[in-house]
Design a protein around this ligand. Structure first.
Ligand code: UTP
Length: 276
């Protein structure tokens, strides 16, 4: 049973400066909802009710967002605007939020390692990078699809998508054998490879299911690309020692960590709202 979801959100979001100077990237809204709330809703749909966020300096707005604002509640009580808070009220009521800080930006692997104290060492857990906004309007959310797969294979799972060959340098890239339609047994993973050294064009995006033994793998992982502790390197070790599955998810993913992806997501969600 996967009921915990970890949200590494300690990054500086430098591609969005100056917007992210005093505000976390994860609070940037697509229409009226901050990125991190989309992630939390996806995790809830997948069965999680413990949301654990790895924050850093200047990220207090995230903590405040998932808490009751008494002044605001009082102000809009009885007005038509109350309905705008329905979903966030439901989230606050149904979920428990826990936080810890990553003091130094030592990479995604290190951020996930900081979550050990929140995730415990017994159960598998989900990881969502909120700046990767995922949606599957026609069926199960991406994390729900992955939880279903976990129930079958009971090992670490990474979500992947095909990317143009000249974009592999932005991602962790997998090598593996297809074991069923859209499901690969991973044999190798490379973080941000040069185009001619990429083992495939199957890129890892910001959705993972991890088993708790990943913490030992991360602990033994040396800084890799850009001097950061890479979750890709820890998972590559995991793949060699045991089993890691890559899953070509059904749905769409927007790279909201980039201005281009953010604008694309905004247009997509705007059109989706208009056709409702
Ligand atoms: P990114 O590299 O996309 O995020 O990390 P960033 O560093 O915030 O963005 P730019 O490049 O400066 O614009 C992917 C995810 O991993 C988290 C980030 O918060 C983001 O959600 N992360 C990354 C951490 O929590 N800690 C780290 O040390 C690195």
């Amino acid at each position: 049973m996967i009921n915990r979801c970890l949200f590494p959100a300690a990054g500086y979001g430098t591609r969005f400066l100056p917007a992210t100077k005093a505000m976390p990237k994860e609070m940037l809204p697509i229409l009226t909802k901050p990125l991190i709330q989309y992630g939390v809703e996806e995790a809830m749909e997948a069965g999680c009710d413990i949301m654990s966020i790895i924050t850093g300096r200047g990220k207090r707005a995230i903590t405040d967002h998932f808490d009751i604002s008494y002044e605001l509640e009082h102000q809009i009580q009885g007005s038509s605007k109350e309905a705008l808070l329905d979903k966030i009220r439901e989230i606050i009521e149904k979920c428990t939020f826990t936080y810890t800080r990553q003091n130094e930006m030592k990479g995604l692997g290190d951020a996930i390692y900081k979550g050990k104290v929140l995730m415990g060492e017994k159960d598998p857990f989900a990881v969502i990078l909120a700046d990767d906004l995922c949606i599957n309007p026609k069926g199960d959310g991406i994390l729900t699809q992955m939880v279903k797969l976990y129930n079958k294979y009971r090992c670490c799972i990474v979500a992947i998508m095909e990317v143009p060959k000249d974009e592999v340098y932005k991602y962790g890239v997998i090598e593996g054998n297809a074991i069923e339609d859209g499901v690969f047994m991973v044999s190798n993973m490379v973080e941000k490879p040069e185009i001619d050294k990429a083992p495939s064009n199957l890129a890892v995006i910001g959705r993972y299911i991890l088993t708790p033994d990943i913490f030992d793998m991360i602990k033994n992982t040396k800084p890799g690309k850009n001097g950061e502790i890479q979750i890709t390197d820890a998972l590559c070790e995991q793949a060699k020692k045991g089993m890691v599955i890559a899953y070509k998810f059904k749905g769409k993913r927007f790279d909201c960590g980039s201005v281009e992806g953010f604008v694309e997501a905004t247009n997509y969600f705007y059109n989706l709202e208009k056709t409702k």
